[in-house]
Design a protein around this ligand. Sequence first.
Ligand code: UP5
Ligand code: MG
Length: 212
Amino acid sequence: ARAMKPQVIFVLGGPGAGKGTQCAKIVETYGYTQLSVCLSQTYGYTHLSAGDLLRGERSREGSEFGQLIDSYIKDGKIVPVEITINLLRKAMEETMQLDQKKSRFLIDGFPRNHDNLRGWTSVMEDKADVKFVLFFDCSDQVCINRCLERGKSSGRTDDNRESLEKRIQTYLQSTRPIIGQYERQGKVHTVDASRSVDEVFADVKTLLDREG
Ligand code: UP5
Ligand code: MG
């Protein structure tokens, strides 16, 4: 039997909006190893954070892109899509090779600009279906505060005021228009991400029970 075409949800929102936190909760709740979920015929989601994949590549021994990624991340700039799309494609392929049933993906923090979208279309359009965009909507100030708070212990090179200003600028100038583009296609589900983790997740759960 032919393997199912992977189903993708793009998870977008400003820096610190809670994309990673909510994706982890989705995986936990809809994890395919859980009996309840097996019974309800869903096979759960695999969470792929584009930022985590880039940070992994940055620190991989022998990577030719380490320095480039490092400087882009510190500057809050978006890494050329050729690098990111390969990491995403590989991660998806590896996941599905390990377990054919794992064909639903939360792609977190991608696509962030037109270059990203172009790269996705040229490499992945025929290989995966984008179901919708899950948009975590949050004010810039809340985003900044969360990242600064996390910066006290995260060790992330971009959780400082200077980088954060650039990350917000990049988000507003480059990423919002991509969300807008999907919105005009009726493919965005927006969640108010300024509330508590549990309140946000309650909405996410309602949404996924209906649409996921
Ligand atoms: N927190 C979370 N939810 C909360 C809530 N409801 N109430 C209170 N606190 C909450 O959360 C951030 C912090 O807030 C945590 O401390 C959390 O506990 C708390 P998190 O879930 O990590 O938010 P997230 O949206 O995932 O924030 P993140 O910092 O990961 O967002 P970014 O989009 O900025 O980071 P990402 O890793 O995606 O990208 C980093 C950089 O990589 C980019 O700036 C860019 O340079 C590069 N990049 C690319 O070039 N291309 C890509 O495709 C992707 C990344
Ligand atoms: Mg994240």
